[in-house]
Design a protein around this ligand. Sequence first.
Ligand code: NAP
Length: 301
Amino acid sequence: MEREQVGFIGLGIMGLPMTRNLLKAGFQVVVYNRTASKAAQMVAEGAQMAGSPKEVAQKSSVIITMVSDTPDVESVILGKNGVIDGVRPESVVIDMSTISPQATQVVAARLNEKGVHMLDAPVSGGEQGAIAGTLSIMVGGDAGVLERCRPVLEAMGKSIIHVGTNGMGQTVKLMNQILVVGNLNAVVEALVFAGKSGVDLEKAIAAVKDGAAGSWQLANLGPRMLKRDFRPGFMVDLMQKDLNLVTKAGDAMKVPLPVTSLVHQMYYSLQAAGEGKSGTQALVKVLELIAGIEVGQTKHT
Ligand code: NAP
């Protein structure tokens, strides 16, 4: 079977290393980024540059989008010079951004009208997972289309699970975000509690991280909180975008989301303090303010 020609739109924190892994796996990749300098970097590594999402679509059989938010996906796929203007029938558009499940269904229907398939395939695993090619990918859409695209997705991810029809990949991603922020909130509370008690927090994390309380958030973001490293793997602004999607969906279904809603409010306070571009681990600063303690300063010999 002929190898897919891959197109990639959106070379941000996630998209750039994902493209690099596609190139490493031997795929020919055509790239587009709104800020062209980032695409030039990928061209130096073997990708071909396109001047618009339309041109990417003209040159590709599988077109991946990895942009910020729902309106951005709508713009690069359905907008002027968008994917829909150049895509050929039987091609597949795979949106790997995190966006609204309902908007995903609308985009899929528009593409289907042109004989084009769509998969929503949002990811979990963060920047590290994108670099290592170990992302968890949750896929909505036709199962046969996923099988056709599996080799492409395998270049970027380790776990690739079909979860249902279009939009359901995004719904499972929102479930993932509920789990992430609930867990992050627990990490922050635990560190502030133990820090205020005078425990050495590096030792405390080492002591619990491999037991029943261990988690990705604790092992990866806990140490960064202690080192006061608030550089983004995943930005507060993007998490707020996701929590908006979660709370809107919860409202629509009348599902109570008490902890998720609380963390959503706490992140508003960080955004108001100018921390929107910080990593999600900056959540610790909100509780530190209330508790009157800074966890990184709890040093012991
Ligand atoms: P990012 O670093 O901010 O990159 C966003 C990318 O989208 C950039 O290439 C940007 O182009 C492009 N873009 C945004 N709006 C656009 C528009 N209207 N038209 C054309 N291009 C546009 O974000 P990221 O962290 O890579 O996240 C991308 C997606 O993955 C988001 O949906 C996010 O929620 C999801 N995600 C992120 C992580 C993570 O840990 N970072 C984890 C899982 C899922 P410019 O370079 O021109 O700005």
